[in-house]
Design a protein around this ligand. Structure first.
Ligand SMILES: Cc1cc2nc3c(=O)[nH]c(=O)nc-3n(C[C@H](O)[C@H](O)[C@H](O)COP(=O)(O)O)c2cc1C
Length: 213
């Protein structure tokens, strides 16, 4: 009798052991899918679950650059993020006389006029697809050029994350970025960063990699 009980016990233990192994295999497989983010739940249609997560993270780099310094930085941010890029093109281009800040030039007059909103040529196609927007500009008298104000007032940024960056002769980004916040109700602004025109790709990569967006 004892021998029979012993045999039954061994069979029961063997069956439990097999079941545990089978479950363990299934869990490993599920975890593998989640880690790589490849397949996810087969019942999900594109735009749900993991795929939606990718869509939600779509990034756009927007910049204005009168003399191409900010443009170079914007392109490096595009490389770092693998994002789309959009240049704010003034409807009336700035000539070098317009930028001659030692005179009563157009740029100075716009910066001194709180209602100035220089017109933009063209527009961003379907801005709704982007969840994060980098916004770059040159510092003009310590502030963002008024055309940046035009841009920010032209779209609905609610629910989006905005990340300002600038170039300058030496001025920090300072209040140029925080003064933009009131133009975009319900957007989240991250701290901005000033770059010199000679900023290299690795400096920009480390800034981008340190951002939480
Ligand atoms: C009208 C005007 C005002 C400027 N004001 C400042 C300033 O306050 N501080 C500063 O460091 N640089 C100032 N600069 C220099 C620009 O910020 C700098 O050259 C910038 O990198 C130019 O960028 P961009 O080539 O993309 O236009 C000014 C330039 C202009 C044209």
């Amino acid at each position: 009798m004892k021998k029979l009980l012993g045999v039954i016990l061994v069979i029961v233990m063997a069956l439990f052991g097999l079941a545990a192994c089978t479950n363990g295999g299934a869990n490993t497989s599920d975890n593998g899918s989640n880690i790589t983010g490849e397949s996810g739940d087969k019942n999900q249609t594109p735009g749900e679950g993991e795929n939606k997560g990718e869509t939600d993270k779509k990034v756009l780099v927007v910049y204005f650059s009168a003399t191409n310094t900010t443009k170079g930085v914007a392109q490096k941010i595009q490389t770092a993020t693998g994002s789309a890029i959009y240049e704010i093109v003034p409807a009336v281009p700035y000539t070098s006389a317009d930028l001659n800040y030692n005179t009563d030039c157009r740029a100075n007059r716009e910066q001194n006029d709180s209602s100035a909103r220089p017109a933009i040529s063209g527009s961003v196609e379907d801005i709704g697809q982007y969840s994060t927007v980098f916004i770059g500009y040159p510092i003009w008298w310590g502030q963002a050029p008024k055309i940046i104000y035009t841009f920010l007032e032209s779209y609905d940024f609610s629910g989006k994350t905005l990340i300002p960056f600038c170039t300058s002769g030496s001025s920090p980004i300072g209040s140029s970025a925080t003064n933009l916040h009131s133009l975009t109700p319900n957007a989240t602004w991250l701290d901005g960063q000033r770059f010199s025109g000679s900023a290299g790709q690795s400096a920009i990569n480390s800034w981008v990699n340190g951002l939480n967006y």
